[in-house]
Design a protein around this ligand. Structure first.
Ligand code: SF4
Ligand code: SF4
Length: 321
């Protein structure tokens, strides 16, 4: 009798679908994975039902790769079921790690989002001010939808997570390294982040100055004579490289676009936005505090830029469902 293959699951919660595409982008390697493991749950690609997973013995799934943040009660339910059924649970992609772009909504309350979306957008006609309800009784019976929370939270806000695989989306190299580690059993210590253990600037090929001396910050289109070899931050373009974990091989910077921090915080950084503000303060060639404050205040959408991918883990915003 042939040996049973390990079971693998993939799930998506509040995400854009890019993490799913990243798995499909593995090309033929997906077939290699399918040859070595049974993919038992993957809503984007196969039609397994929640009840099929709920019926499995606890720990039956070798590893679940969970992408997307926690935005509603359905995501919590599935996260708890998959946690119970999986030996290892991996927060896959930036939204599951730190909320990702959807967590920018944490700068607003759920009520203000509902008001805007269902009542005040110019294209909305809703004279009765109707908002979505979690349950509605019809002549055919009750219809229910999940309850939306007041914020977007990382996976580890609702269940214990064994490993973190960041990236928006994670790259082929790290996905394959992660899957291979689980299939071979050669795993790093629990709690590890499956990416590099240093900041992106170390991986970035641009020339770095001994000491930064930035006079002002500009948007990339405001600089006509950009130097393609020199550090973007030194040219006054906000680049989150100093606070971001390496692993993506500086893919944005190689296309002349500054890092926006999608691989999450570099090791030992608790709050990425706070760290980056401190970096900006330290590289400014300006002694006058009021002038410094003015330069920082003139950065458009400062909070959104500093927390573009990590608002769900900021110590200053809502962190619990
Ligand atoms: S700040 Fe950005 S451009 Fe400069 S070295 Fe770091 S990653 Fe590269
Ligand atoms: S350069 Fe920054 S924003 Fe771009 S992929 Fe890498 S970590 Fe993400």
């Amino acid at each position: 009798m042939s040996e049973e293959k390990p079971k693998i699951a993939f799930y998506w919660a509040a995400s854009c679908g890019g993490c799913e595409i990243a798995i499909l982008d593995l090309d033929a390697a997906v077939l290699d994975i399918a040859a070595k493991a049974d993919i038992v749950f993957w809503p984007v690609a196969i039609d397994t039902k929640y009840k099929d997973i709920e019926a499995m013995p606890d720990g039956a799934i070798a590893v679940t790769f969970f992408n997307g943040g926690i935005r509603n009660s359905e995501a919590v339910h599935v996260a708890k079921v998959l946690r119970k059924k999986s030996k290892f649970l991996v927060a896959f992609g930036t939204c599951a790690n730190s909320g990702g772009v959807p967590a920018l909504a944490n700068f607003h309350s759920k009520d203000s989002i509902f008001e805007r979306v269902y009542q005040t957008t110019p294209s909305t006609t809703n004279p009765e001010g109707i908002s979505p309800q979690t349950s509605y009784r019809t002549s055919e019976g009750e219809i229910t939808i999940p309850k939306m929370f007041n914020g977007v939270y990382p996976l580890d806000a609702v269940v214990p997570v064994d490993y973190y695989l960041p990236g928006c989306p994670p790259t082929k190299k790290w996905i394959l390294a992660g899957v291979t580690a689980f299939l071979t059993g050669e795993l790093p210590p629990k709690g590890s982040v499956l990416a590099e253990n240093f900041a992106l600037c170390k991986e970035c090929p641009r020339e770095k100055p001994e000491k930064h001396s930035v006079k002002e910050f500009k948007r990339i289109w405001e600089i006509m004579d950009i130097d393609f070899d020199k550090c973007l931050l030194e040219q006054g373009i906000i680049c989150l490289g100093p606070a971001t974990r390496a692993g993506c091989e500086a893919r944005c910077i190689k296309t002349n676009y500054p890092c926006r921090g999608c691989w999450g915080p570099a090791p030992n950084i608790i709050d990425m936005g706070a760290k980056m503000i401190s970096v900006l303060g330290s590289i400014l060639d300006e002694k006058d505090e009021a002038k410094m404050e003015q330069i920082i205040d003139e950065i458009p959408d400062l909070a959104g830029t500093m927390y573009e991918f990590t608002a769900g883990k900021s110590v200053f915003l809502r962190r619990k469902a």
